[in-house]
Design a binder for this molecule. Structure first.
Ligand code: GTP
Ligand code: MG
Length: 424
């Protein structure tokens, strides 16, 4: 299901309380619209405490907006927030052309980007969930007479009722399919957890450089793109630190300001990689003029996912673009557990490794074990999922001093000689 067609002439509309956000709001919306394939021919910004409940923009501005749309011969208006069905309808009447909102725009991009079955199911489900309460308003003269799923283009109540039922049926069907895919994924994750392997997730604003970093660290070939939301489906790679520590690192979908909550819900499964990780690596585009707005949006999203209290390493990426080294130093001093790096030039990789190792140590436990010879596989696991400080092969068993993940420690604690102590 695709909302935007190549080279539609789009006119952007943004309402913000904060005048200072004006250039950013429009720039980001431009990048999104451009990613979706629209041609941006004009824009309209209004400083306003709250969007108008009926029109989104102030009703007094309708004529001005209409003139702008006319002058630029636009055939599509893209609004920077999620619109209520009424706002969308009224705005369409006011500007006399099709109106879509930020959610539809992001969904459109996601629809293009989804590669895996789960990704595609999630996007379609999110699209239909978005569509369902809006069906009644969709039979306007501005609606395109085509549409991938056959729910558009009709007239009248009966058609509406049939369409609603069809959409609901499709939604249940998609949910059932997704449940199945999720089962498989959960199984895979459970298998991974069994290995008690430390896992980390790369999080950050879209285009911060997460995929570039994963590629740099692991030699993976993850799609890197200057466009937004290059990554939609998660990729996991094993990353080995120079002194033998290893983690499983997952690259996942980027966050964005005003990410609608139902979209977050739809991507819950994908984002579970983030929620389940032992720690997070927050990649920041250091040179971005609205870096702090982006950092805040990421932290808010993490909070809504219930992942904000995990250990976080903050990486100030793209430092190759920053001239002022002192400013970088200051950022590091101001931010706990942080480093500045360039995923591109590899600057700062040793510091990043240090941060990872330090964070790992915080996740590990010191443990003294006496392992019977018939369970020598556990010794191997200690080597693989932590650090073996000493292994002494005595007659009555293998005496092992190790620092291992809490998961593994929990599973083999019956072989512990004394109560384990947490590493400070
Ligand atoms: N100069 C510079 N550019 C970088 C660096 N890291 C990434 N980039 C560029 O930033 C853009 C976005 O990089 P990605 O790795 O795709 O970003 P991402 O965070 O994975 O983005 P999404 O998948 O969209 O969330 C690309 O054009 C990269 O080449 C860096 O350290 N320095
Ligand atoms: Mg990416």
């Amino acid at each position: 299901m695709q909302t935007i067609e190549e080279s539609e002439r789009a006119f952007l509309v943004s309402v913000e309380r904060d005048e200072e956000l004006r250039p950013y709001a429009l720039e980001e919306l431009t990048a999104l619209a451009d990613t979706a394939g629209a041609e941006i021919v004009g824009s309209f910004f209004q400083r306003r405490d709250k969007p108008d409940p009926a029109f989104y923009i102030g009703p007094g501005k309708k004529d001005e907006l209409f003139a702008g749309v006319q002058d630029t011969a636009s055939n599509l208006v893209i609004v920077d927030s999620e619109l209520s069905p009424a706002q969308a309808r009224n705005l369409e009447e006011a500007v006399q052309c099709r109106v879509i909102d930020r959610t539809q725009l992001i969904l459109d991009i996601f629809a293009h980007r989804a590669r895996t079955r789960e990704g595609r199911l999630q996007v379609t489900l999110a699209q239909l969930t978005y569509l369902l309460p809006r069906l009644s308003g969709m039979y306007t003269k501005f609606e395109r007479q085509q549409g991938g799923i056959g729910v558009r283009g009709g007239q009248g109540e009966t058609k509406l009722e049939t369409d609603r039922r069809k959409v609901r049926d499709t939604i249940s069907d998609l949910e059932a399919q997704l449940a199945e895919v999720r089962n498989t994924r959960q199984q895979q994750r459970a298998n991974r957890r069994n290995l008690a392997f430390p896992t980390a997730a790369l999080v950050g604003y879209t285009s911060a450089g997460k995929s570039t970093l994963l590629n740099t660290l692991s030699g993976a070939e993850v799609l890197v793109d200057a466009k937004l939301f290059a990554t939609l489906d998660p990729t996991t790679r094993r990353v080995v630190m120079p002194d033998g520590w290893a983690i499983l690192l997952t690259d996942t979908v980027g966050f964005i300001r005003n990410l609608p909550t139902n979209l977050i819900a739809a991507f819950r499964a994908t984002l579970e990689e983030t929620v389940e990780a032992d720690f997070l690596i927050h990649v920041v585009d250091t040179n971005h003029p609205y870096r702090e707005v982006q950092r805040e949006a990421v932290m808010e999203t993490l909070e809504s996912l219930g992942a904000a209290d995990k250990p976080i390493i903050t990486l100030f990426n793209k430092c190759d673009l920053v001239q002022d080294r002192e400013a970088l130093q200051e950022l590091i001093l101001d931010t706990p557990n942080s480093a500045y790096i360039s995923a591109k030039t590899r600057e700062g990789m040793p510091q990043l490794m240090d941060r990872i190792v330090e964070t790992l140590k915080g996740l590990l436990e010191d443990i003294d074990l006496k392992i019977p010879y018939n369970r020598s596989d556990l010794v191997a696991q200690c080597y693989e999922y932590g650090r073996v400080l000493k292994a002494d092969y005595q007659e009555d068993g293998i005496y092992v001093q190790a620092r291992i993940t809490r998961d593994l420690a929990g599973r083999i604690k019956k072989y512990a000689l004394k109560k384990s102590t947490d590493l400070a």
